[in-house]
Design a protein around this ligand. Structure first.
Ligand code: 5GP
Length: 129
């Protein structure tokens, strides 16, 4: 079981943004920017491009809805999207609110106090539709 499957199962806590029968979205624990969100499929697959055409398409549609909620909540020019997958072997899309290129630097991760993370998550979740 991957660490992300444990998050879905509720065995590891997270700051949840949204979920449906196939996908789950939650704040990255070490965000590149406040509001940095991960979208994952419930299905445990390491490499995103191993997902079926159907599932990767649906994952993009779910991510679009999450990105809209982030954009509505966090002041930014755009919500950027990235897939790395070097650390956790469970496919995930990073959604990061940015205003400049430098806002998306994976070498500089932040630690945000728990109360602020919880508040961010609930504000983004409230804008998810
Ligand atoms: P990647 O696999 O795309 O290189 O990076 C994995 C991302 O998952 C990192 O940005 C890291 O901060 C995040 N991450 C790793 N473990 C956890 C965790 O237990 N909870 C949460 N919320 N994020 C995690």
């Amino acid at each position: 079981m991957t660490i992300f499957s444990k998050i879905i199962a509720g065995e590891i806590p997270c700051y949840k943004i949204a979920e449906d029968d196939r996908f789950f979205a939650f704040l990255d624990i070490n965000p590149v920017q406040p509001g940095h969100t991960l979208v994952i499929p419930r299905q445990e697959t390491d490499y995103i491009f191993d997902l079926s055409d159907e599932l990767i398409g649906e994952m993009m549609k779910f991510s679009k809805r999450v990105a809209a909620a982030i954009k509505q909540t966090i002041p930014c020019r755009k919500v950027a999207m990235a897939v790395l997958g070097l650390e956790v072997p469970h496919a995930h899309i990073h959604l990061i609110p940015i205003s400049t290129e430098g806002d998306m630097d994976f070498r500089h991760k932040q630690e945000i106090p728990a109360d602020e993370m919880a508040e961010l998550a609930s504000r983004i979740a409230a804008n998810f539709s």
